[in-house]
Design a protein around this ligand. Sequence first.
Ligand code: Q9C
Ligand code: ZN
Length: 741
Amino acid sequence: MGTALVYHEDMTATRLLWDDPECEIERPERLTATLDRLRQRGLEQRCLRLSAREASKEELGLVHSPEYVSLVRKTQVLGEEELQALSGQFDAIYFHPSTFHCARLAAGAGLQLVDAVLTGAVRNGLALVRPPGHHSQRAAANGFCVFNNVAIAAAHAKQKHGLHRCVPGWLQGCGPRRHSKGRHRWILIVDWDVHHGQGIQYLFEDDPSVLYFSWHRYEHGRFWPFLRESDADAVGRGQGLGFTVNLPWNQVGMGNADYVAAFLHLLLPLAFEFDPELVLVSAGFDSAIGDPEGQMQATPECFAHLTHLLQVLASGRVCAMLEGGYHLESLAESVCMTVQTLLGDPAPPLSGPMVPCQSALESIQSARAAQAPYWKSLQLQGQCGQVLGCRIPPQAPCSGYDSELSLDVTPVLTSPSTHSPEGRPPPLLPGGPMCKAAAPAPAPSSLLDQPCLCPAPSVRTTVALTAPDITLVLPPDVIQQEGSALREETEAWARPHESLARKEALTALGKLLYLLDGMLDGQVNSGIAATPASAAAATLDVAIQRGLSHGAQRLLCVALGQLDRPPDLAHDGRTLWLNIGGKEAAALSMFQVSTPLPVMTGGFLSCILGLVLPLAYGFQPDLVLVALGPGHGLQGPHAALLAAMLRGLAGGRVLALLEEDSTPQLAGILARVLRGEAPPSLGPSSVASPEDVQALMYLRGQLEPQWAMLQVRLIAEAWLCPGARLCRRGRWGGQGRASEC
Ligand code: Q9C
Ligand code: ZN
């Protein structure tokens, strides 16, 4: 299933006819420059091109008053002076004789996109539109926005869903399946534009079937549109309490680490709990580097990651619609990253230090605190601080840190609280290859001159199974690998390992080495290999050594089940070893972590979002091994979600190692997510068990000082546990937290 690109060149017609410094940035070149770049990159050609249609009066009426629609209709026949006078009645608005036509096309484009996705014609898509929509209100134009394109699309999708929902079997959500609060789950709107989409917020603030998330430049209320209701404590009204999520940025200069942290620690926990059927993105790119409005620092690649992270929701049904974005180069590049990711290409690695700034952490924390009363996924972590801080002996499973690796690490929270691009905290890790990644962020122009860093490998995903199973259903472009590494070479790697002496183990190892070499040479992007269960640990050990000696600078290994840490694993910071399925939570060093396999889906999700991905994004690996070892206990959909999310790292260079007797279904589902398909929905998520939460919070406490991406401050302390603050500081959360206590 493909990606739709909805466009109509008539949308370049509307433009500012008089002098107005505030409005002049919203110009036709925004669309033409973006489309040119999509063509140059060959991305437009890979999409299903749809020509935008005009939204009808009735469709506009889903969101806007009839009087307002006819007011805008009349602008078609006004002269320049009348247009200017009318424009002056709204905040940051211009009308042109073509505005009504363009705005109807913009709204219509969103409707076509949603229809294409909900009918299954495509998996996802982008509508390239002007004028933008998210500031527009029931009876008001605002902030360059005339009709609220995303809100109209959401209202239309709801209506459409209403039509379909009694068709048996179309959606599991039809029958008894309800949201945890007894409501039908439905649409998630993610507004990553740098301005607050107050128009969308007003339209859905009492509607629990639409979860609206917006981050925005706020500066404590001193930035346009200067609204009190843009702050984190605006959480919706009535039935819709908790379904409006505002993340106000109080400083400029927010970058990749801040945006990814906001997704991992705020948006995604809520989004998984909400379990939407459809994700709409108010895709403004004025939140990208170089934009004059936003003054932020996130690079275009960051939008590939944001898109990638959203694609694990709603079976990948993501509809993005252009909002703002006024730096033509940054806009065009960021749109390319978004479309490329919608098409299923792996996200290019993020550059720069993955250390969220203090101000971003404060904002994320205040939004989490405001939402905690409404979301189980946030409450548990708060309670856990209480449970752990007060009941668990601090010395329990921790064996202490490897001294030279942790001692001279600067505690992140002692960095200055003012945030500027230059005032970043120092890089996290001493010496080694990480320092390269932690170079200062390049200036916008030099950064934007670079093309995408990772050329597409000729083969996307390869499956190298020992006994190819004819029942294994693979997508057409996934290759079944025939080749093996040379016999002598395979034997040399196997020699130190007793469990690799058997012929079957050697054969499997030869196939794995061949696949790994293809990945390291850049011929293959990702792959799956199998091994006899008895040889799993040794095979993984060889894969790590081989990867490190053949070009990988930093290797992330996620080992599920009973897979012991290779005995000779070096503590040089080049390998991050993460075992999920260990007996107890333990951090042998910041690079060797083990945690029990979560019991419940909710615990599994918080393990991935709260531990695995923050460590992985902080580590910035260039190769990922994920091994499903003996007793891994993961069901297909869980394994698929893990693999799908890990694919965001290392430019998608992920090698999955399975046991030989794994089901063909498991191999098939992993092959599909590794080549870029969406993982199946996990369904309504259960809460995490107390043990799951304890393990996670314990490790977070141990590792937070070294891994900045893990940082989330204890939420709603007073609300959950009056004593938690003290417990936490005194017992295990003290380092670097002077400001908190
Ligand atoms: N310098 C969109 O991005 N002017 N609208 C703000 C602050 C209005 C932005 C002035 C900005 C409207 C869709
Ligand atoms: Zn904007």
